[in-house]
Design a protein around this ligand. Structure first.
Ligand code: TYD
Ligand code: MG
Length: 451
């Protein structure tokens, strides 16, 4: 057993301090510092693999062999990873319980053709994994399954098998003998991840680590690992809905602006090439309160249906409820409507949501949100085949949304006839065939453009 010492960690951000504090100096949270016992030499797990000495060299002399990427056999995952997995990288896949992390990673382990993969599970039995694999209907002869939680055993198995890719499901269930605390504690998570990082670098094996984040973010976990690992991916979505987004939060080997879209089916996660097609509904008759916004998430433009309901407030204080959209921003947009167009929003309840349970933080959705509200307020459907892309400022001015050109192109591709954008856009866009681009500078021109 290694020598032990007492340290204090913040359970929110992982800040380490030698003495107890009431408030974490790093993240400012109160009562989050807890006591832990750790091994004195935190590098001790590296005993398993010997570390050769590094050499100093000039930057121009470094050979560029970093660009090799392993195809995961999954288009959406490749896209988010920046083209595939870099050998020897440590990847953290975070997400709420039940969102589909195990499904996605097992699918990757099974679809990665010509790759030998090791799926380590501390949460499910081998039979359960077999059942899931059967459900996914994929067969990879080179996928091995290991149900184990002791890190020392896992590392020796990795050394023996030397697979191309390892999946650790999940880091919260793993433990090492080097520290005394129970699995899932900050110390265990940190030590296990540090050891896995060394294994990945020394043996050139890519390792996926799955980490749970709770809704409250209280369990110490993925947050404190973000600076240790090379890549951080987040799997998001509403578990009541079928759509999932895989998002790059950090990537030492590429950009983080790509997203991957999946649909959860009874046969696993299906890649969604064309998000717009699933996020737009087709109605026989035009309905009031529905608009379409052209948004960009990362680099990816897609169109999404916005639904609003404006009704007379039954009680003194009007209700405002928004799903997937910042409530404060909704309040701001309503105030702008009240002031600039004279709509009596203070007497109205307003409800807002997006198709597919999507969350949208792109402010380019503002125009579409306001269009849906206007449409419901006047109880008049919007013009057929109209969509919007633009941000609204406090004085009612319509600001250009980033990548407006791409949004227009996506709208045209999907057969929209008219798109309303900001007239402050730097260079006027050459409209693709079949779509009319309407430029407006202020919110009071919006009703005329869409109704
Ligand atoms: P899971 O991967 O176990 O989530 P996590 O590892 O993130 O906790 O998957 C959770 C849900 O996915 C589960 O409620 C069932 C559903 N599911 C499907 O809908 N289709 C499938 O083919 C599979 C394997 C799971
Ligand atoms: Mg799981």
């Amino acid at each position: 057993m290694a020598k032990l010492k007492k340290v204090y960690f913040c359970t929110d951000c992982g800040y380490e301090t030698p003495k107890w504090l009431g408030k974490c100096p790093a993240c400012g949270a109160w009562n989050t510092i807890t006591e832990h016992t750790v091994a004195k030499e935190s590098s001790s797990p590296a005993r398993v693999v010997s570390v050769p000495r590094a050499e100093v060299c000039k930057v121009q002399d470094i050979a560029e062999n970093q660009t090799r990427r392993i195809d995961t056999g999954n288009k959406e995952a490749n896209r988010v990873l920046g083209g595939g997995i870099v050998p020897g990288s440590l990847i953290l896949l975070g997400g709420e319980p039940g969102i589909g992390k195990s499904t996605l990673s097992l699918q990757l382990a099974l679809t990665a053709n010509n790759l030998s993969t090791l799926y380590v599970s501390g949460e499910e039995s081998a039979e359960q994994i077999k059942m899931r694999a059967k459900r996914l209907g994929i067969n990879n002869m080179e996928c091995t399954v290991y149900t184990e939680t002791l890190l020392e055993n896992i590392i020796s198995e990795i050394e023996a098998l030397h697979p191309d890719m390892v999946i650790i499901d999940s880091i919260q269930t793993m433990s090492t003998d080097l520290v005394e605390s129970s699995a899932g504690s900050v110390t265990q998570i940190r030590e296990c991840t540090a050891a896995l990082l060394k294994v990945a670098k020394m043996l050139g094996i890519s390792i996926f680590i799955i980490g749970h984040i709770t809704k409250e973010g209280t369990i110490a976990g993925p947050k404190i690992l973000e600076h240790i690992v090379d890549v951080v991916l987040q799997f998001e979505g509403d578990s009541n809905n079928n759509y999932r987004i895989l998002r790059g939060i950090k990537n030492r080997f590429g950009a983080t602006y790509e997203i991957g879209v999946f649909e959860m089916r009874d046969t696993g996660l299906k890649e969604v090439d064309n998000p717009s097609e699933i996020l737009l509904s087709h109605y026989d008759e035009p309905l009031a309160g529905i608009s379409v916004g052209a948004v960009v998430d990362g680099l990816r433009p897609y169109l999404i249906e916005v639904q609003a309901l404006v009704s007379g407030a039954a009680y003194g204080t009007p209700q405002r409820s928004s799903m997937g959209f910042d409530q404060r921003r909704l309040n701001m947009l309503l105030a702008v409507l009240e002031k600039r167009i004279g709509m009596k929003m203070f007497q109205k309840d307003v409800f807002l949501n997006f198709a597919g349970g999507f969350k949208i933080s792109d402010t380019g959705i503002d125009l579409a949100v306001v269009s849906a509200i206007i449409s419901s307020y006047y109880d008049r459907p919007l013009l057929e085949g109209v969509c919007c892309a633009g941000e609204i400022g406090l004085s009612g001015e319509v600001r250009p949304a980033p990548r407006t050109e791409q949004r227009i192109a996506e709208a045209a591709r999907l057969g929209f006839k008219r798109i309303v954008v900001s007239s402050f856009i730097q260079k006027k866009v050459k409209a693709p065939k079949g779509i009319e681009v309407v430029y407006i500078s202020s919110i009071d021109q919006l009703p005329k453009a869409v109704l």
